[in-house]
Design a protein around this ligand. Structure first.
Ligand SMILES: Cc1ncc(COP(=O)(O)O)c(C=O)c1O
Length: 383
């Protein structure tokens, strides 16, 4: 099999046979002319069902994750919603990590719950805790590793083995790691899901969600929801995502190197209570991360000694790290989870401490990024 970058640049992306265009065309069309009633050209009928540009991305992500089937959605949450509705029934129980993206928890807790799905959360990095939290109606384990925002690490292989003993579907949100650093299907997961909005797109200019599986049964169900509920990605968004993925491997190396530099610069800083980065040797789960990831990624969270006031002041003091939701773009972003990305889980067991800052470390020059965070800390301590 070819290497990751070769596949990222070529899988699903054969040149256009009509013109020789190196880049497959963006099929910006809602529908396709039929030869005669029901006699379709290459099987294309209507873009909600299939579209050649979307097919290219679906083939690409399936290849990168070592799966048989890929599905592309309008956002990460649309992809998650399709998985949940395809694979669960009213009365089923989902066991979710206790530090997942707030919107994922909200989706199950506020939307699927109204349909009769039960939710509880567990310390997903503790395999014994997972085993004991499985109930007779548990049907799915929802694993996010590294998790958002506390960078908890779950042992995918161990958790999948526990889940499979009870016939559960094991879903891994691989948004933070991407297939460049971690391939959950190879570790035993059944389904991988992404917010492609983040590292896969990589340039903060597109929303998207992706699902990969090797199970024919799961693929059939997710594919049906994709078509029947229609939260598909549009051709132009797909084009941007494919374009982003071509450079995923080199971007993830740079993100990881810069995040390591930022984490190391902060770890002994007097204003910092704790740095959360799986690349640090004393990070809980570091050994598991080193085993299942090729590198440690671009996300770093920090807890400030000065509490909420210091955290908010820090978020407003950086210059290169811009204050915005989202992550995974080439540009660095700073986020205050308690009032931004994780505001929806305030008051739940997922509430994020109010002195936490999440940094999405971009691929600007590492020295500039380190200087920016140190300068922001200096300003906070003088205030
Ligand atoms: C880990 C993770 N999963 C899923 C999502 C949802 O993705 P989207 O915003 O593309 O719907 C996010 C968004 O921040 C995320 O961080």
């Amino acid at each position: 099999m070819n290497g990751f970058s070769t596949r990222a640049i070529h899988a699903g992306q054969a040149f256009d046979p009509t013109t020789g265009a190196v880049i497959p065309p963006v099929y910006q069309t809602s529908t396709f002319v039929q030869k005669s009633v029901g006699d379709l050209r290459e099987g294309y009928e209507y873009t909600r069902g299939t579209n050649p540009t979307r097919d290219a991305l679906q083939e690409l992500i399936a290849d990168l994750d070592g799966g048989n089937h890929g599905f592309s959605f309008a956002s990460g949450l649309a992809a998650e919603d399709a998985i949940l509705r395809a694979l669960l029934q009213p009365g089923d129980h989902v066991l979710m990590g206790n530090d997942v993206y707030g919107g994922t928890h909200r989706l199950v807790n506020q939307i699927l719950a109204a349909w009769g799905v039960e939710l509880s959360t567990v310390e997903m990095s503790d395999v014994e805790a997972v085993r004991s939290a499985i109930k007779s109606n548990t049907k799915m384990l929802w694993v996010e590793t590294p998790s958002n925002p506390l960078m908890k690490i779950s042992d995918i292989e161990a958790v999948a083995a526990v889940g499979h003993k009870s016939n559960l579907t094991v879903v891994v949100d691989n948004t933070f790691a991407t297939p460049a650093l971690q391939t959950p299907l190879a570790l035993g997961a059944d389904v991988v899901v992404y917010s492609a909005t983040k590292y896969l797109g990589g340039h903060s200019d597109v929303l998207g969600g992706l699902v990969v599986t090797s199970s024919e049964e799961i693929a059939q169900k997710v594919g049906f929801i994709q078509f029947a509920a229609g939260a598909v990605s549009a051709p132009w968004e797909v084009f941007l995502t494919i374009r982003g993925i071509k450079t995923l491997n080199i971007r993830m190396k740079e993100h990881s190197a810069n995040a390591t530099a930022v984490a190391q610069a902060l770890v002994d800083h007097p204003a910092i209570e704790r740095v959360y980065y799986p690349g640090l040797e004393d990070h809980p789960g570091h050994d598991v991360a080193a085993k299942q990831m090729k590198n440690f990624g671009g996300m770093v969270s920090i807890a400030l000694k000065g509490g909420a006031a210091a955290a908010k002041a820090f978020a407003e003091s950086t210059e290169l790290f811009q204050l915005a939701e989202s992550l995974g773009g080439v540009e660095s972003l700073v986020n205050y989870p308690a009032m931004m990305t994780h505001a929806s889980v305030a008051g739940t067991e997922l509430e994020v401490p109010d002195n936490i800052i999440r940094l999405s470390v971009g691929i600007e020059d590492g020295d500039d990024l380190v200087a920016d965070v140190l300068n922001a800390l200096e300003q906070v301590s003088q205030a």
